[in-house]
Design a protein around this ligand. Structure first.
Ligand code: 13P
Length: 256
């Protein structure tokens, strides 16, 4: 089954109104109108509206987080309903920076995943092991526990409506990407576990790689059989770097 590549830029806590203006102008002028892969960007909440109203139609926009609740006395949080109302298409859930800094546990992440689907947003479930876990041979256990929690809450059908992003914590923002083989090994493991639940869904779901992905390594990473694109941090912050990754996805999507 051929899966469309997805190049997703997670801007994290970067940017400004001017940055958004410039990035949208660049995307509008540089990204061809017809592409055989998908592109998405994830600005901070307060820049979402500007991105949504100025992006090219075929670029998706998502938030970096959402509340596990519908609405109510939850100061400082933003609900899935509000994101959908604004025009968001997607949302990141369980990014390691939130798991670590905000103590988001597997159950909370699973609730957020369910909440996104309830309001028609596509959740990107971020999973990944720490350096200590990798060094002690616990990569598969750590990654699968994070996915299992979502599976337990929503079931395989609904998990299949989202996207998974494998982001080894040790590769995020370090300049040291996982090798294409290391990424493939984990992606293949995830897919093989999902096959045990539903073969069709396992083959259809997109699994992105994230962690120091850039123009120079994107082709090699995305050409792995179970790597379906990337979740890009640092290299999504300039149009030039981001477009360099998009160009690699473009080549692969045309079989070059
Ligand atoms: P970097 O590409 O900066 O390593 O960040 C990856 C990431 O965390 C994307 O969500």
């Amino acid at each position: 089954m051929s899966r469309r590549l997805l190049v997703a830029g997670n801007w994290k806590m970067h940017g400004s109104m001017q940055f958004v203006k410039e990035m949208m102008a660049e995307l509008n002028s540089s990204l061809p109108a017809k592409i055989n892969y998908d592109v998405a960007v994830f600005p901070v909440y307060i820049h979402l509206y500007d991105v949504i109203t100025n992006k090219p139609d075929h670029v998706k926009c998502g938030a970096q987080n959402l509340s596990e609740y519908d609405d109510g006395a939850v100061t400082g949080e933003v609900s899935a309903k509000m994101l959908a109302d604004l025009g968001c298409d997607m949302v990141l859930v369980g990014h390691s920076e939130r798991r670590i800094r905000s103590n988001e546990g597997n159950e909370e992440v699973a609730k957020k995943f369910a909440q996104a689907l309830k309001y028609g947003l596509t959740p990107i479930l971020c999973v990944g092991e720490s350096l200590v876990q990798r060094q002690s041979g616990a990569t598969q256990t750590a990654v699968w526990q994070q996915i299992q929690a979502v599976l337990d809450l929503v079931g395989i059908e609904k998990l299949g409506q989202g996207v998974i992003a494998y982001e080894p914590v040790w590769a995020i923002g370090t300049g040291e990407s996982a090798s294409a083989e290391q990424a493939q090994e984990v992606h293949q493991f995830i897919r093989s576990q999902l096959v045990l639940n539903d073969d069709t869904i396992a083959r259809r779901i997109r699994i992105l790689y994230g962690g120091s992905c850039k123009g120079s390594n994107a082709y090699e990473l995305f050409s792995m059989p179970d790597v379906d694109g990337g979740l890009i941090g640092g290299a999504s912050l300039t149009a030039q770097d981001f477009m360099a990754i998009c160009q690699q996805a473009d080549k692969l999507s045309q079989g070059v």
